[in-house]
Design a binder for this molecule. Sequence first.
Ligand SMILES: [Ca+2]
Length: 256
Amino acid sequence: MKKLLSVVLTLLLVSLFTVYASAETENVAIGASYEVLGILTDGDGKVHYPDENGDSLTNNVFAQSASYSELEFVGLNITSQETSANNGISEIRLDLGKAHPIVNAAVSCSNLNSAGITLPAMITVTYSVDGQNWSEPVTAEYEVDTPADGEVVMAVASIYAEARYITFQLTHATNWIFIDEVQAFAGDISNPEKPEESNDANTENGGQSTSAPEASQPLGNAPDTTQLSTDWIYIVGVAVSIAALIAAIIYRTKKK
Ligand SMILES: [Ca+2]
């Protein structure tokens, strides 16, 4: 009986580790090249809040505070030529070098209202394997519900598809948006933990596309039925594991 118990416990630990490992992701945007639309050059040719070395957004370094004086931030201005010509939307176009299975993409933004720097009113992400065929826009959600003034806030878009090119479209709430990093996390895209996206953000900008996941399927998302059944296998597996673990502990306690 003891042998059986140790076998069961070992199997449980292995299965729990497998579940944990499948949730691991890696930021494959570190060191990736990108293009920015929205840096402001004034009439005298002065560049305001530039991307000093052209690597601030993928160097895996974050600003120490929300301040505009932090060199890690790249300033994007709604009156810049590029943003003006792009319907008031600034963009960061990331090239990962090759296609990766992308679980989600994130962008880090300063929220310093007291200095006229606000979070984008909306962030949408589109992605592509070949740079020709693009997904429908996916709305990124802020990780903080009510960001405080002076806080740096991350917005995350759920992707679950192969992608090499990822474009962040940043709709301005005010003149300035300050960004210090963009990220793209590769991992297991076969098992999306579907956060059912609300369409609230989409309605703010009537022109943008609505719900995203269905539209992004042509680029490689698994069908919903597969996702659901895989989810349930994990949930049942973990539940059985925990029940068996408790039973084993009770059994051993009684033996003593
Ligand atoms: Ca950075």
